[in-house]
Design a protein around this ligand. Structure first.
Ligand code: GLN
Length: 279
């Protein structure tokens, strides 16, 4: 896997593809403006992302702009559906409460679709097929996978599916839960935790970048998980329109293009993802 360091061309490519998609996909009398009263789609929505779920959303430098796979995906969807994005960031565990209280309308944050969360918010169709992975100090030879974590201390993030996994599936393990992911990785690097369990793309990205001299990934992918875009309840038309845009992007190659920019290759599971779409 290679990590691409782009970011300047995406907007231009996405913009032109959105135009083509808009013209081809529209065919209605609205001239691309499906919004307003008719469609029940507002002109703009508050979109929240996580503060640092690399490579889905993060700042390349402190105080810089937010970039990432999720950011490119949501702007492409917004272009196609026809709404402006008012971008906000918050800690992962603040996202669902913020959607419930109306602080945010939409969240894209590598959020795993779970039944429990679906009671609190609505989800679009899946936009990424993920799973969990174990990371250990680079010189550790005793932990080879999740089965070796029994009775150990495992770092992860507060409010995540990994925190649930540790609690429910790893016997005798203690979950060290942190609000921010870098604290979880630091805790392994500093010896405060034996291993980290988190979303595979995040663990792998960390190991390819900041953690390349300190950590390694071990074992198989654990527990298949799908990421969905969360939308505050009561916005059915918005969810439908976003699902249509997502299905279109997967169909016309835009999705694979954005994916390749962030993950260096096309997703192995593209056909499965296409089959998951309802749009
Ligand atoms: N996919 C994980 C979850 O939903 C973590 C996402 C994140 O940290 N942004 O719990």
């Amino acid at each position: 896997m290679t990590i691409s360091k782009r970011f300047t061309t995406t907007a231009a490519i996405a913009g032109s593809l959105a135009l083509v998609g808009g013209l081809a996909g529209c065919g209605s009398d609205s001239g691309g403006g499906e919004g307003g009263e008719e469609g029940g789609i507002a002109d703009s929505y508050t979109v929240v992302t996580d503060t640092a779920f690399v490579p889905f959303e993060f700042q390349e430098e402190e105080g810089g702009e937010y970039v990432g796979f999720d950011i490119d995906i949501i702007y492409e969807i917004a272009d196609r559906v026809g709404f402006e994005v008012e971008h906000e960031n918050t800690n992962f565990d603040g996202i669902i409460p913020g959607l419930q209280t109306g602080t945010f309308d939409i969240a894209i944050a590598g959020m795993t679709i779970t039944e429990e969360r679906a009671e609190a918010v609505d989800f679009t169709s899946p936009y990424y097929k993920s799973g969990l992975r174990v990371g250990v100090p680079i010189d550790n030879d005793t932990i080879q996978g999740v089965d070796d974590l029994e009775g150990l201390t495992v770092a992860t993030r507060l409010g995540s599916t990994s925190a649930d996994y540790i609690q429910n599936n790893i016997e005798g393990a203690t979950a060290n839960t942190y609000e921010q992911l870098d604290q979880a990785y630091l805790s392994v690097e500093g010896g405060g935790s034996d291993a980290v369990l988190y979303d595979a793309p995040n663990v792998e990205y960390y190991i390819l970048t900041a953690g390349q001299d300190s950590m390694k990934a071990v074992g198989e992918l654990i527990e298949a998980q799908d990421y969905g875009i969360a939308v505050a309840k009561g916005n059915d038309e918005l969810v439908t329109a976003m699902n249509e845009a997502l299905a279109e992007m997967i169909d016309d190659g835009t999705y694979a293009e954005i994916f390749a920019e962030w993950f260096g290759e096309e997703p192995e599971w593209l056909e499965d993802l296409a089959a998951d779409q309802v749009g």
